[in-house]
Design a protein. Sequence first.
Length: 171
Amino acid sequence: MKKMNEMKKTTKVILLMIITAMALFSLAACGEADKDTTANSGAVATCTVIINCEKALAQSDNLSVELPNDGIILSIDEYEFHEGDTAFDVFRNAMEENDILFEYSDNMGGGKMVDGINNLYNGDCGDLSGWMFIINDEMSMENSDSVTVKAGDKLVFAYSCDCGEDLGFTY
């Protein structure tokens, strides 16, 4: 009788181990399926990506950061993105792929706000200085994470020293 109880107990332990292993395997398989279907599922298209700090060059003597001589941090004519990507997604991916420091924060009103690119931060050239988002040669009134990119779009993050006026935009 004692041997029979030990066999039942051993059988229950083995069954419990098998069920646990099957459950873990199922969960792992589900996680992999989710990963494959959600990552970059849209069609591939291209856009132009430019990061320009030319306006900060005039004040580079007062800055502790080294700026590129021509003011262009990044310029890609045909950057590939996926349908459904936002301008923020495209910029973040392009900067990560090119090892460019990119810092942002969540804006209190919603959306993401670029704080600094390549060690050049909002406010480095005065109270009205900072990064501006321009799409197809127009200053965007939306955050870059609210704008869905379309094939052929021209996306620019440009540094302004006077709230966009030195870039040709007035409010």
